[in-house]
Design a protein around this ligand. Structure first.
Ligand code: ADP
Length: 190
């Protein structure tokens, strides 16, 4: 089983590029953001607690997303692997993921990192807000907090995965087609 991580700041295009990747490489896409949004839409207790955090641009607790990840791993035994999108997002989550995988004699195959500058993040999220209507895309304050949270809590993962020798960075600036070509070229080597 292969385990790929789609890494990058909010708005980098992780979800956009995950869709064609899962098709081409027969992977199961696990987006923690999407899983959380379906909990919110379904009005579950978990969803209600998550909504308050997400709308402010804060992270939900590690154990909440890790529970969702473990459930999804168990559900899809027939795929070639998984494409994790939006997880791990903290150093603790990365350590817990390693533990989860070690228990199955598995490990992270590769981290595909889509990099875009902060100014591009803001512009893209504002564009997306008009189309998707996500609550956490709506205010400048929330977007700024998501960028801050990314730098403080998620960016340190880059060093963690560089040290493991599995970090692969791709320039996320360009048309969707241009970036997709770069992503596929990288995936073909992994
Ligand atoms: P984006 O990458 O554009 O910020 P996501 O859909 O990946 O959007 O995530 C939306 C929100 O869901 C995050 O800002 C965060 O509040 C929450 N979330 C998603 N994944 C995680 C995670 N692994 N740990 C904690 N919170 C998460």
């Amino acid at each position: 089983m292969k385990y790929f991580i789609m890494f990058g700041p909010p708005g980098a295009g992780k979800g956009t590029h995950a869709a064609p990747m899962v098709k081409k490489y027969n992977l199961k896409h696990i987006s923690t953001g999407e899983l959380l949004r379906s909990e919110i839409a379904a009005g579950t207790e978990l969803g209600k607690q998550a909504a308050a955090l997400i709308e402010k641009g804060n992270l939900v607790p590690d154990e909440v997303v890790e529970g969702m990840i473990a459930q999804t791993f168990a559900k899809y035994p027939e795929v070639n692997g998984f494409l994790l999108d939006g997880f791990p997002r903290t150093v603790q989550q990365a350590m817990d993921l390693d533990e989860m995988l070690e228990a199955r004699d598995e490990y992270v195959t590769g981290v595909i990192s889509l990099m875009i500058p902060d100014e591009e993040i803001k512009a893209r999220i504002k564009g997306r807000a008009l189309i998707e209507g996500r609550a956490d895309d709506a205010s400048d304050e929330t977007i700024a907090n998501r960028i801050k949270t990314y730098h403080a809590k998620t960016e340190p993962l880059i060093e963690v995965y560089k040290d493991k020798g599995i970090y692969h960075e791709i320039d996320g600036v360009g048309t969707i087609e241009e970036v997709q070509k770069r992503v596929f070229a990288m995936m073909d080597t992994l």
